[in-house]
Structure formats: C-alpha cells, structure tokens
Design a protein around this ligand. Structure first.
Ligand code: FAD
Length: 591
C-alpha cells in the first residue's frame, strides 16, 4: 500500500513565490478575483479529493482492471471509480477552467494544471476519463458551433458525460495521414461514420450517461494524406433537440486492450459502423483543428509524469527513513538500533535527490508553461498574448517529452530504493513503473516531441519561442549577477544558455545541408534543452526561496537540491552535446 500526501507546500511555493502567479493572474483579463486566497482554497480541496477519494482506488483499480462484456459491448470500471467520478462531478471539478457561459468556473489554466497534478497522483488511470473529456471540450469550444457546444460540451462541463479523442487506427499512429475511417454525407446533413479506431482511452465505460467521441475521418472527396482529414462529433447515444438521450448510435467498443499498466483506464477498440456523426469545424481541416488543442493535451501528459514521480518519490523517501539496513561508511549513526536507516547511504540519497531534483523543477516548468497559456488566452495586449503563445509552442515538446522521460527515471529510482521489496506487488512501487511507461508513447512519442522541437519549433518557426526563452534566462542571470547566494548557479547557467544558442545555430546549418541531421540530432537536442530548462527553474527556485518566508529547512532543501542538480545531473548536457555534434554519420543504416 502506498502513501500519498498532496504536496501543497511545494505547489504553493512554485505558484506564488517562484512564478509570482497571483500578480500575473489578477492583472489578466477576467482575473480580478483570482487571488492567492481563492486559488489556495481550490488547491486544498483538490488535495482532499485526491488523498481521500482517488488515492485509495489506485492499487485496487490496478489489481481489478476494467471488464468487457462481449455480449453487450459494455465496459465496467474498477470498484470505486464511478463513485470517485460522482464526487468529482458534484464538486464542480469537471468545469474548473471551462468558460462560465458553458457552466464552468473560468479559473486559470495554471490552477487546472495544479489540481490535475493532484488528481493524477491520486489515480492516474482514473484521471484519464476527465482528461480526455477536457480535450474533447477544448476542441468543441474552439471549433464547434454554438448548438454543438450547447448540446455536447455543456453536459461534459457539468460532469454528466465524458468525451474521447478517436485518432489512432491500426495502420495510422504517429502518421495520421494514413487514416482510413470514412464519413459519408447523409441526406439530413449528418454523416455516416465507418471505420475502426484502436487504443481509444475512455472509449466505453460505466461512469457517465453518455460519451461524446471526437472522431477523425475522411470525406468522400478528401485529398490523400493529412490534408484530407475532417473531425466529427459522434455521440454514444444520439441527443434530441431538448438535450434528452435518444437512440443508441452505431459506435461500440469491440474489445479492451490488456496492457502493461494503466489497468483502470479502459483502452478500447472502437467500431463505428455507419454511426451518425456531425462535422465539427471545416471539411478537411480536422487535423489542424486537433492540433489547436494538442498543446493542452501534451501539457497534461507532462503533468502525468510529474504526478507519478511525485507519488513515487514520497514513498521512496518514507521507505528509506524507515528501512534499517547496514551501517554508515563513517560509523554507526543509530548505534542503539540493529542497523542504520537507508538515508545514511550516499547512494540512496543520490537516488532520492535525483527524484526530488526532477520532480520540483518539472513542476516549475509545467506550471510556468500553464501560466503562459493563461497569458496567451487573457493577456492585456496583442503583443503579450503572442509572446506567451510563442513561448508555449516552444516549451510544450520539452514539457511533454522530457518530463515524461524523466518520470521513467524517477519511478525506476523510487523502486530501486526499495530493493527487492520494490519489485513485489504489495508495496505498490512496480505499479508506478508500469503506469509511467505509457506517458512517453501517447500524445506523440518522445521521438515525435523531439522532431517537433527541432524541426518545427526551431527550424520552421525560426526559433521564435526559443529566442524569447533564452532572452528570459539571460535577463534572469543579469539580474542576479552579483548575488553571492546564487553565484554557483548563475555562472554555469549563463554559459549553457549561450552554448544552447550556438548549438542551435550550428544544427540549423547542418540540417540545411543534410535533412537527415535533423532526425539524428533531435532526441539529444530535446534532452539537452530539457536539462538547461530545468537548470533555469532550479536557479529561480533558489532565488525565490532566498527571498521567501518559508522555513529555513525548506530553503535549505531547495539550495541542496539545486546544488545536486547542477553538480550531478546538469553535466548530462555534455553527453548530449557530444552525441549531437557527432552528426548523422554516426547513426549507420540498418538493412
Ligand atoms: C494506453 C494507450 C492509450 C491511448 N489513448 C489514445 C486515445 O485516447 N486516442 C487515440 O487516438 N490514440 C490513443 N493512443 C494511441 C497513441 O497515441 C499511439 O500509440 C501513438 O501516437 C504512437 O503511435 P503508434 O503506436 O502507431 O507508433 P508508431 O507511430 O508506429 O511509432 C513507432 C516508433 O517509431 C517512432 N516514429 C514514428 N514516426 C516517427 C517520426 N516521424 N520521427 C521520429 N520517430 C518516429 C516513434 O517515436 C516510435 O518510437 C493510446 C495508446 C495507448 C497504448
């Protein structure tokens, strides 16, 4: 059985001390009431829901999994999931960040991100049901007609229905241009959707009255490839003009996947057999429409990495404190006990500090990015909104790609701290490792994030967001240049920020000469960028802690973890730089 305590102190520190969220949020359009007091209260309530309702269903949901009934195509979720969803809906959490006109509370995205972290730590599998719903709502808000928003989005915001995103097909994964699902026009203006989608999260379940599928499909006159894809709303139950549920639509789960982790999340094969669907957005522009909401979805998956790593870290720290084994190298620290605890071993502390360093800096990166999405949406000038939007576009592949990969390392180290006891099911650590494995795969694999960062955000968009971010690091280093408490961090950070720019320049030139250089450098460029980005947030964390009113122990932990990060983790940039500059020629062809 694992423990979980909402990390409210670090969340508050990150939001209000490190990022200065209150001052930013209250000056944004519609933000006058987004005071620290209000946001604090929201966080605290979310923490209770996570600790008391969600966290207890995590291990039992993993053990039980979802059940599929072949005769009825029905899916039953594990015990406690339905009740948790009811508590979530009744608490108004489904509409936390949705606009008031749709029944939401219009709270900032950065608060949605912080509460999502709490829910995902509580039970990652369960959290996928509301997460996919949020994605579907987002798509309808941006691209739906008023009638579509009223009919299909409002009930999701109210927590009565859920949504899905149906993209993947057996032959179409990363390359959605290959998808085959068809949409034939009906006489009444609707469409008959036919095809098979695979791996659809929350495709079928027993937690809500209706499910709104957002399905990518091709119209009869669609051009081949990614320019011929349209998006459709396909409800599980058709809905009449009054919003009442009618006939069952021809959209059924054909099976659920048996998978490595995330067992409480129903991953469905969805068969659409002439199902009634409604075009959303412009014909043939479905993929572009899907991409407009991709940032939010990718950020949320980055948060999944943080959420799992946080819970795994809490447990491994707790275990290391209690487990008595061996003696300290320099002599017994607890001579009255049979042995010292694991914390006396530098190697165990290395594993713990690695987790802490990644968890807390990832939180800062993810919340920072979410705060930029608030500025992007509600900034007070066109310039401010554009600047934020460019920063978000640049940071998303790092926030998704790097944080989800680091979660693999964190959950692995957390298990390692338990020794063989980590490998045993009843201690719950192996579930974190299994659950974490998916997050580097869905919402764009790490390879796709790397290609997006270097190919699109740096080369295609001329690195506009990158330039903003490096300028911000430069300004921070300048402001703190004479600060002796930060001297050990500022000097290496300034050097790396400069090197990052030079490496980017030289890569751009190499890719121009040989496009294969892009694919050969992308993953190392992503990692390098991630480590420098986290170094910036560690330096900011120490600056904020030095200026803050937290306890001395809290401040010292920030200083110690930052020093650890700079000494022992940041040097990984050297390896990634060496790999990058070795060029495409060092990756041989394989027949
Ligand atoms: C549990 C689970 C839940 C999911 N939920 C959903 C859902 O709700 N809705 C939905 O539509 N889909 C969902 N998916 C599907 C998921 O998004 C895809 O599996 C993912 O996009 C990768 O596609 P693929 O599996 O076909 O891998 P492929 O595209 O075949 O990729 C295989 C490997 O090749 C690499 N690769 C491929 N193309 C490139 C490239 N251009 N550049 C560099 N590397 C490349 C990839 O990085 C990867 O390592 C889910 C999957 C799982 C397992």
């Amino acid at each position: 059985m694992t423990i979980y305590k909402a990390p409210l102190d670090d969340q508050r520190f990150t939001l209000f001390d490190l990022l200065g969220a209150e001052a930013i949020l209250t000056r944004l359009q519609g933000g006058a009431e987004h005071s620290r007091d209000l946001l604090d209260a929201v966080l605290e309530e979310a923490g209770k829901l996570s600790e008391q309702v969600l966290a207890p269903t995590n291990a039992s949901g993993d053990a039980e999994g979802c059940h599929y009934d072949k005769a009825t195509h029905a899916v039953t979720t594990p015990k406690g999931f339905k009740e948790a969803f009811k508590a979530f809906s009744e608490g108004g959490w489904a509409g936390l960040t949705a606009k008031e006109e749709f029944g939401g509370q219009a709270l900032p995205n950065v608060i949605g991100t912080s509460t999502t972290e709490l829910f995902q730590s509580g039970n990652l599998s369960w959290s996928l049901y509301p997460l996919l719903s949020e994605g579907a709502c987002h798509a309808m808000e941006l691209h739906g007609t008023e009638a579509q928003q009223h009919t299909y989005m409002k009930p999701i915001v109210e927590g009565r229905w859920t949504g899905t995103m149906c993209l993947t097909e057996p032959q179409a994964g990363s390359d959605l241009g290959l998808l085959k699902t068809r949409a034939e026009p009906n006489a009444d203006g609707s469409y008959a959707i036919s095809g098979t989608k695979i791996f659809i999260s929350a495709g079928e379940h027993d937690m809500a009255e209706n499910i709104v599928h957002l399905v990518l499909a091709r119209l009869p006159d669609a051009p081949a490839g990614s320019r011929g894809i349209s998006m459709f709303i396909v409800p599980k139950f058709k809905v009449d003009a009054n919003g009442s549920l009618g006939e069952r639509n021809q959209a059924y789960a054909g099976a659920i996947e048996h998978k490595m982790g995330l067992k409480g999340s129903a991953t469905c094969v969805m068969n659409f057999d002439g199902a009634e669907g409604y075009l959303i957005g412009q014909p043939h522009k479905g993929l572009a429409a899907m991409f407009t909401m991709m940032n939010a979805a990718r950020l949320s998956v980055g948060v999944q990495g943080l959420a799992l790593a946080e819970r795994a870290w809490q447990n491994s720290l707790n275990y290391a404190r209690e487990r008595l084994q061996g003696r300290a190298l320099s002599g017994a620290k607890f001579p009255d006990k049979a042995a010292d605890n694991l914390l006396v071993q530098p190697d165990v502390r290395r594993m713990l500090l690695t987790q802490r360093a990644f968890v807390e800096a990832s939180r800062a990166l993810l919340y920072y990015t979410a705060l930029q999405t608030d500025i992007e949406a509600r900034g007070t000038s066109e310039d401010e909104r554009r600047h934020a939007s460019e920063l978000v576009a640049f940071l998303i592949p790092i926030a998704k790609g790097v944080v989800t990969e680091l979660a693999q390392e964190c959950t692995k180290e957390a298990l390692q701290v338990y020794g063989g006891h980590g490998y045993i099911g009843e201690n719950g650590m192996e579930q974190f490792v299994r659950d974490a494995r998916i997050i580097t795969l869905y919402e764009g694999t790490t390879g796709i994030q790397a290609a997006d960062l270097l190919g699109r955000k740096i080369l295609q968009l001329q690195g506009v967001g990158f330039k903003h971010f490096v300028a911000e690091i430069g300004a921070f280093c300048k402001t703190h240049a004479g600060d002796t408490k930060l001297a050990a961090l500022i000097a290496p950070l300034a050097i790396l920020a400069k090197e990052w720019g030079e490496l980017t320049q030289s890569l751009a030139q190499r890719v121009q000469a040989n496009p294969e250089e892009l694919g050969a450098a992308a993953a190392d460029y992503l990692w390098y960028s991630g480590y420098v980005t986290l170094a910036y947030f560690w330096a900011r964390a120490v600056a904020a802690a030095e200026a803050g009113t937290q306890s001395e122990a809290f401040k010292q932990a920030k200083r110690d973890t930052a020093a650890f990060y700079f000494a022992r983790l940041l040097p990984r940039t050297l390896m990634h730089k060496a790999a990058m500059v070795s060029g495409a020629g060092t990756i041989a062809d394989i027949a």
